[in-house]
Design a protein around this ligand. Structure first.
Ligand code: HEC
Ligand code: HEC
Ligand code: HEC
Ligand code: HEC
Ligand code: HEC
Ligand code: HEC
Ligand code: HEC
Length: 371
């Protein structure tokens, strides 16, 4: 198990099982836990058979193929079919809710491959942000920091694409949110020669901002400006603004994309501004897969909004719709970055993202009424 930059050693989530079995059992089903993995048949989405799954570039055709036990991206000449490039898929990024991208090592240097999988069309696309010719992007901490628990970069600032390959802890695991906990395990198993205090952070005793910061490190835009140390240095209980910030593009808060800013949007909502306690974990249980559990989310609204007026008792909306607060007050919006042209002359198809700017969207209400 790797040692964190702060000197603390990781224990790995399997060591939590004897004492926190219920949390563990639920956690391994979450998008967090599954957001990065070794690229095996079990972890990869999509069909790898047949030429219809090729991605056409100006200077070649790219596709994902299975060769023996392993998966590769091949790029071949459009005219002669000659193989121009072949790279193994080493790591897969994304649980597959919206899509998956692939990372490949050349020696100890890490790159993102040309092709990604797009769940909406159940097929491969040119990776978001990529040009339509052969290209591969060097992957630094500013990419992997939100999709793995830990990875040790050759440079202490995290800005090279050269890694200690054995240091990767894949998935967003317990110790990404709770900090490295070898000492907690030692303490609780009575291995007191190792430690005399339990270093575990009690999240429920932290301030509202510090509780939020634990989620916000990955859910507030890219935060690509590192102020101190390294993108993996922040641990629960630290103040995030001391570590990293966003470029100020002067964009309105309401602009969303897949690498979205749930924090910025929520913070601008009247619900957040006018209550003392609303945080991410008011609505989200960090250990459970809850996507699609509309009843759960609506029940959270009603914990604070239960006057007849808030429940629209006197209004003309159909009863069925009334129950679904989020469909009108946190509607889905198309993502700016995760979109794809299915045909040359077709409009781009986008993934929809749930806005966290809770508010009144009359247009959406009328659109919903028309459907
Ligand atoms: C040998 C048993 C044992 C092991 C192994 C263990 N824990 Fe614990 N853990 C405990 C006990 C006991 C508590 C205290 C429970 C309480 O105070 O209610 C605790 C408390 C916690 C808390 C809550 C602190 C709080 O009160 O807010 C967290 C978080 C935690 N453990 C995470 C982990 C993680 C992550 C692992 C694996 C890396 C792990 N534990 C391994 C026994 C264990
Ligand atoms: C600042 C944190 C952050 C960084 C940096 C980041 N991502 Fe993400 N990524 C996210 C979050 C959060 C989501 C989930 C999006 C949402 O639902 O808002 C996501 C979603 C994805 C998905 C879709 C996952 C799925 O299951 O649908 C892929 C693929 C992905 N990211 C790839 C990448 C790659 C490749 C890089 C590096 C070039 C990268 N990300 C950098 C936070 C980040
Ligand atoms: C995405 C971040 C995240 C991950 C991953 C995560 N936790 Fe937690 N955990 C939290 C937060 C936040 C709390 C505080 C809960 C609250 O305030 O509702 C918490 C609370 C706890 C507690 C104390 C309260 C309780 O629910 O029992 C334990 C024990 C715990 N986590 C163990 C684990 C273990 C073990 C894992 C991995 C199997 C894990 N956590 C993974 C964020 C996370
Ligand atoms: C290390 C970065 C990181 C941290 C810390 C983190 N998240 Fe995430 N979160 C992600 C990424 C990446 C995804 C997209 C996972 C995927 O589908 O591949 C995601 C997805 C989610 C989702 C969508 C789950 C689904 O089923 O599709 C929710 C909700 C969420 N996070 C809430 C939280 C909350 C609440 C916290 C704090 C307790 C938190 N996250 C902490 C990176 C993070
Ligand atoms: C922790 C309590 C809390 C929760 C949970 C909560 N809200 Fe609110 N919300 C408030 C407060 C406080 C206001 C400010 C106005 C007021 O006092 O009613 C507000 C305002 C609003 C407004 C008016 C917005 C505006 O721009 O005028 C809407 C609509 C709303 N909430 C819907 C929801 C929905 C839908 C949910 C569930 C997804 C929700 N709220 C969850 C506390 C909460
Ligand atoms: C008032 C309730 C509420 C609060 C507070 C809240 N969320 Fe959500 N969140 C939701 C609902 C509802 C969904 C949609 C769930 C679904 O699709 O099943 C959602 C979805 C998400 C998703 C997936 C987005 C997508 O479209 O795929 C992420 C990521 C997320 N939340 C992160 C966060 C983070 C981080 C925070 C704190 C900054 C937060 N949420 C606070 C209600 C909330
Ligand atoms: C069919 C769409 C729709 C649904 C479903 C819906 N609302 Fe609304 N809501 C609206 C519209 C439109 C407004 C603004 C006009 C109005 O007050 O009727 C509003 C206003 C509000 C306000 C602000 C009221 C005020 O006096 O400022 C709150 C709070 C609210 N809704 C909460 C909820 C909750 C909680 C639910 C779920 C039980 C819900 N809404 C379900 C469309 C909806």
């Amino acid at each position: 198990m790797p040692i964190h930059y702060n000197g603390m050693q990781f224990a790995g989530s399997e060591s939590c099982i004897p004492c926190h079995q219920d949390v563990y059992k639920n956690h391994i089903l979450t998008a967090h836990f599954n957001t990065s993995a070794v690229a095996t048949a079990e972890n990869l989405k999509g069909s790898f058979e047949g030429s219809e799954h090729e991605v056409e570039l100006i200077d070649g055709n790219a596709k994902i193929v299975k060769d023996g036990e392993y998966f590769f991206q091949t790029i071949s000449s459009k005219t002669s079919g000659e193989l121009l490039d072949k790279n193994q898929l080493d790591l897969v990024i994304g649980s597959g809710v919206k899509g998956q991208s692939y990372l490949s090592f050349k020696g100890d240097s890490l790159f993102q491959l040309q092709v990604s999988y797009f769940t909406l069309i159940d097929d491969f696309i040119n990776s978001p942000g990529y040009p339509n010719y052969r290209y591969s992007r060097a992957v630094t901490d500013n990419c992997v920091k939100c999709h793995v628990t830990f990875a040790k970069n050759k440079n202490p600032k995290g800005n090279t694409n050269i890694y200690d390959r054995n240091s990767f802890m894949l998935g967003i695991d317990c110790e990404r949110c709770h900090g490295p906990l070898k000492k907690h395990v030692d303490f609780r198993t009575g291995n007191l020669s190792q430690t005399t205090i339990d270093p575990v952070v009690h999240i429920d005793s932290l301030s509202r901002q510090l509780k939020m910061d634990n989620c916000v490190q990955c859910h507030s835009g890219l935060r690509a400006i590192q102020i101190k140390e390294n993108p993996f240095s922040f641990v629960v209980g630290d103040r995030l603004d001391e570590y990293a910030k966003n470029y100020n593009f002067g964009r309105p808060q309401a602009q969303l994309d897949v690498h979205g800013n749930q924090y910025g949007l929520l913070k601008s909502s009247e619900c957040f501004k006018n209550s003392e306690e609303l945080i991410c974990t008011t609505c989200h249980n960090p250990h459970k897969k809850q996507r699609g559990n509309t009843d759960h989310f609506n029940s959270k609204c009603v914990e604070c909004h239960n006057s007849p007026k808030d429940l629209h008792i006197n209004l003309d909306y159909e009863t069925a719709k009334l129950n679904n607060c989020i469909s009108c007050h946190m509607p889905l919006f198309p993502s700016q970055t995760m979109k794809v042209k299915l045909e040359d002359d077709a409009e781009e198809t986008s993934v929809d993202i749930r806005t966290h700017l809770i508010g009144i969207y009359v247009d959406q209400v009328f659109q919903n009424d028309k459907k």
